[in-house]
Design a protein around this ligand. Structure first.
Ligand code: ATP
Ligand code: MG
Ligand code: MG
Ligand code: MG
Length: 475
């Protein structure tokens, strides 16, 4: 049964609404009042205080389609993009939540009913995992739902890890609400490499995790102790792109409706015609995180959230450049993106012009140093002894050509090399020290980006013997 991503989003929310859940809007990608979190990385983030019993709401069941970014912080999938069938920097998480209302039994039954009755997925393609010691969840799956015992996998703590460090023990960050979980996997078939969860080949893309049901029972303290929550609760998350792939009869998330459109648009604006190219996937992925982050108020800068955004933009620009893009192309994908995102794209549509301007300025600026930086990097890699690019070169590319270290690493990885991150950090620290000694301070040019102004780039101003580099913009 084919369903578009937009139809799946609507069907999910309607299903849980029919089970007494309040439909709640997605929150911003910038977490409200939560300095422990870089970006919203799960549907439960906006309900954190409700789980902790600090905030009361006038409902005890909720459902959302939450926009999420996992690029930096505890959950970071940036390096997976382009390499797995299932990871994005930006994705939407469908979720249902119980705040001290129902617990394991209903959560499991709801999930199963949605998948096998509403979406009509074949049961013999599904596989579930539970936390090693969670006999209760095992029994519900086996006895109440009827999943054969050989399709229920117990997952324990990671070897050499601390207690409660398991794929089946979910935590938002180092502190906060957490608990054992049960996950549902879909078997895409023998022809795809990968093993069942719990086997050494589990990272392959044959068995793809689609839905995580977390049984929130504890609040993890900074010292690692687990305090029981006032009322056991439920938090679930299903990546819409992964379930969409199943409903559209394809294996990779990058083959679903949204991505096919974006990949075609990206190919057109770049002027490249091999639609299967990995760099096109990266560009299609990155436009989503960048556009939605900017729409949610993050601006490119040299630190914090803004620097993560800048890094993603520059990676995308570099991939476009690799495919032969002439001039700025990335910002042209904002319109098609807002269009294809259905109800999730409405806010982006309103802000389209602003988002395009911010992206274009970033692209134009980086475009000026990209070619020279790439030439220097190519030469360094050509002449490399061994497999690791030295930290000084990585730093020079960062400092003079605006290459974030992870971008340099991305290029190096394509040629089978890696970078000396520690050496890069040392070089960076040495520069800071020199700047401190000279009584200077770094300038964050975030403030200098005025979207409406005509901006002229004046180059990265690097002075001999004085490593403080400032990108100057003049109006
Ligand atoms: P994986 O093991 O595949 O990396 P995860 O265990 O890290 O996924 P969870 O933290 O359990 O994921 O998040 C809940 C759900 O959100 C997942 O089951 C998956 O459907 C979806 N999801 C998680 N990370 C991503 C991502 N980077 N891109 C797309 N969907 C994702
Ligand atoms: Mg993950
Ligand atoms: Mg997982
Ligand atoms: Mg998971």
């Amino acid at each position: 049964m084919y369903m578009s991503t937009d139809e799946i989003r609507r069907a999910f929310l309607a299903f849980f609404e029919s089970k007494g859940h309040q439909v709640v809007e997605s929150s911003s990608l910038v977490p409200a009042n939560d300095p422990t979190l870089l970006f919203t990385n799960a549907g439960m983030n906006q309900f954190k205080d409700t789980f902790l019993g600090l905030e009361k709401r006038n409902y005890t069941r909720a459902t959302t389609a939450q926009r999420c970014v996992r690029a930096g912080g505890k959950h970071n999938d940036l390096e997976n993009v382009g390499f797995t069938a299932r990871h994005h920097t930006f994705f939407e998480m469908l979720g249902n939540f119980s705040f001290g209302d129902y617990f394991k039994q209903d959560a499991i039954k709801f999930a199963w009913e949605f998948l096998t009755v509403t979406l009509k997925l074949p049961q013999d393609r599904l596989l579930v995992t539970v936390y090693e010691t969670d006999d209760e969840a095992f029994e519900i799956w086996n006895k109440d739902v009827g999943v054969p015992a050989d399709r229920i996998v117990r997952i324990g703590d990671k070897k050499g890890g601390k207690p409660f460090e398991s794929d089946n023990f979910w935590q938002m960050g180092d502190t906060g609400p957490c608990g054992p979980c049960t996950e549902i996997f879909y078997d895409h078939g023998e022809h795809i490499w990968g093993g069942r969860p719990g086997t050494p080949e589990e990272d392959g893309d044959r068995f793809i995790e689609i839905w995580n049901n977390v049984f929130m029972q504890f609040n993890r303290q900074a010292d690692g102790t687990m305090e029981p929550l006032p009322k056991p609760s439920v938090d679930t998350g299903m990546g819409i792109e992964r379930i969409s792939a199943i409903m559209q009869g394809v294996h990779s998330n990058y083959e679903i409706d949204i991505f096919q459109t974006l990949i075609k648009e990206a190919a057109a604006v770049i002027g490249h015609d091999d639609l299967g190219n990995q760099s096109l996937r990266v560009v299609a992925d990155h436009i989503r995180s960048c556009a939605f982050l900017i729409a949610d108020g993050v601006m490119p800068s040299n630190e914090g959230r803004g620097y993560v955004l800048r890094r993603i933009i520059r990676r995308a620009v570099r991939h476009g450049n690799k495919l032969g893009a002439k001039g700025a192309f990335f910002y042209k994908l904002v319109g098609p993106l807002a269009e294809i995102m259905g109800t999730a794209g409405e806010e982006l549509k309103k802000q389209q012009e602003m988002v395009e301007k911010v992206l274009k300025i970033e692209e134009d600026n980086f475009g000026r140093t990209l070619d020279r930086g790439m030439a220097i990097l190519a030469e360094a890699l050509d002449n490399l002894d061994g497999k690791v690019l030295d930290g000084e070169t990585v730093f020079k590319l960062y400092d003079t050509y605006g290459f974030p270290a992870d971008l340099t690493n991305d290029v190096a990885r394509e040629r089978g090399f890696s970078i000396d991150e520690e050496g890069f950090n040392d070089a960076m620290e040495a520069q800071r020290q020199r700047a401190r000694d000279a009584g200077q301070f770094g300038v964050d040019y975030n403030d200098a980006i005025k979207v409406d102004a005509d901006t002229e780039f004046c180059g990265y101003d690097a002075t001999e013997g004085q490593a403080t580099v400032v990108a100057l913009y003049r109006e």
